[in-house]
Design a binder for this molecule. Sequence first.
Ligand code: FMN
Length: 402
Amino acid sequence: MNSLVQKAQELNPWAQNPWFETVAIAQQRAKRRLPASVYGALIAGAEAGVSRDDNTAAFNELGLRTVTAGQSAKREMATTVMDQPASMPIVISPTGVQAVHPDGEVAVARAAAARGIPMGLSSFSSKPMDQVFEANPQSFFQIYWAGDKDSMVARMERAKAAGAVGMILTLDWSFSHGRDWGSPAIPQSIDLKTALAHAPEVALRPKWLADWVRSGALPDLGVPNFVTDPSSPVPGFFEAYGTWMGTPPPTWDDVAWLRNRWDGAFMVKGIHRADEARRAVDAGATAISVSNHGGNNVDGAVAPIRVLGEIAAEVGAEIDVLMDGGIRRGSDVVKAVALGAKAVLIGRAYLWGLAANGQAGVENVLDILRGGIDATLMGMGKASIDELSPDDLVIPQGFSPT
Ligand SMILES: Cc1cc2nc3c(=O)[nH]c(=O)nc-3n(C[C@H](O)[C@H](O)[C@H](O)COP(=O)(O)O)c2cc1C
């Protein structure tokens, strides 16, 4: 088997040069490298994928007002997000990256730290939080409204003790599970029976398998950060998901209650409406992310970039307004900042980089985005992201809901 893996690597033209020049190429490599079910879980998109597709398509509707001469020789893109310095207006969005790469969120955290940006760590992540926070001390922990109130507070306290410097409460998930293309089956754990069931698709992806063989482990699909005590047994994905699904959703008073039990920066992720952005501010949030969960949840939920402007106008002067969904290029980041975002969160872009080339692949994605922001600022004659405003964009009629 090992010589087969080696042969496949020799024949692979990318084995010589794993660098890629756009996020789209990282996606193509992730597709070629990952077993079909793992790649399928990354691209996801609920039902017909209307929201997922519009998240990216909406960016393409926005034009940039560029200049021809008089550009600035230097461009500034550093900012501060949730009290953390960021070398560019980008934050790693929390995702469960089970099975994508053996180094998982630790590789992502190292890449983010190397490029000077903060990281959001999902409560459904595969690596224990202390390993991730050690790799990137500028990390925020993400929780869902799951379990009883005591366990939620205990989870936040565990994160605080482990070094989390901010909290992200994701609230937009409504347990929509159907996908028109058929959801990949997620095994409860990888035992011999599951391994055999997945053997045909895994055999077609020798490099992915080789990474895991080298790491000395197989993906186990446990969620170590869901428990309140790190020494407790690690629950499986479905056990944790069942707890979350069985928890009645919170009121805004509940949100305020939880926020008051966290001392520091606190984001509510998953806002689509200006009136709810206001409720989040009233509940004490110091940041929001305008988000539809990457189009993975209610299909038809509006693309965040379409409503960012009205939400930033409502609360942008009081808290950090971020957005996520569909960021694939540096120019997307510039468009979001022009419409009022302090920064953006990225999801699939870094997951594809991770799949394509581990930590270096995530760094590669961040470098692409940085280069794209810089080139776009230069093309628009801007010396800093602080100079951007909606007037720098060509916004077609009907772009945003009235
Ligand atoms: C595979 C996958 C897993 C995700 N898991 C989480 C999660 O555990 N918590 C969370 O708040 N958001 C999660 N998200 C949503 C992302 O944080 C983010 O909102 C979304 O990916 C942004 O869209 P983009 O992928 O187009 O950048 C997940 C997204 C993907 C693609």
